[in-house]
Design a binder for this molecule. Structure first.
Ligand SMILES: [Zn+2]
Length: 157
């Protein structure tokens, strides 16, 4: 019996990392590398768990779509409890297509950003209601045009 040749071999070594951070962020492809860099270089989390879905942690507040909230909370609880997560980093971003869809395209750019930031500000309470043992750190990512374009992050209190 011949062993099947792999279709691809990753050059990044696998390692069994112990994590204490979970990131919940939007899956928008335009921001993935910057979010990843922010967690590693900005917050010092070399390894972390991740839930990347449209709108990021918005599912935690979405009473209109309870199935999304249920699934998201199930994943969140699983990761926090099984990996002994201590910190949950929530990232929302400028020009989020999920929020545009939720609002039917009715909001301008600033109002849309304000809606994302307002939701991020509610994340500590929304998460710690079920999981009081974790610290929740919400951040908003925006696009700076000068000297840009670059992605910048601000903590949301
Ligand atoms: Zn988005």
């Amino acid at each position: 019996m011949t062993e099947r040749k792999p279709d691809f071999v990753a050059t990044i070594p696998w390692h069994d990392a112990k994590v204490s951070t979970l990131a919940i962020w939007c899956s928008d492809c335009r921001f993935q590398q910057q979010f990843d860099q922010f967690l590693r270089a900005g917050l010092g989390a070399e390894a972390f768990d991740k839930i990347a879905v449209p709108g990021g942690p918005q599912f935690l507040l979405d009473d209109d779509r309870p199935k999304l909230g249920w699934a998201g909370r199930r994943w969140l609880r699983f990761l926090v409890e099984h990996h002994e997560i201590k910190t949950v980093v929530c990232i929302g971003h400028e020009d989020c297509g999920w929020y545009k869809d939720l609002t039917g395209g009715a909001l301008g750019r600033e109002a849309l950003n304000d809606a994302v930031k307002a939701d991020l500000a509610r994340m500590p309470e929304a998460i710690r209601a079920d999981l009081p043992q974790v610290e929740v750190r919400p951040f908003f990512a925006s696009i700076a045009r000068v000297p840009g374009p670059v992605v910048i992050f601000e903590a949301i209190a």
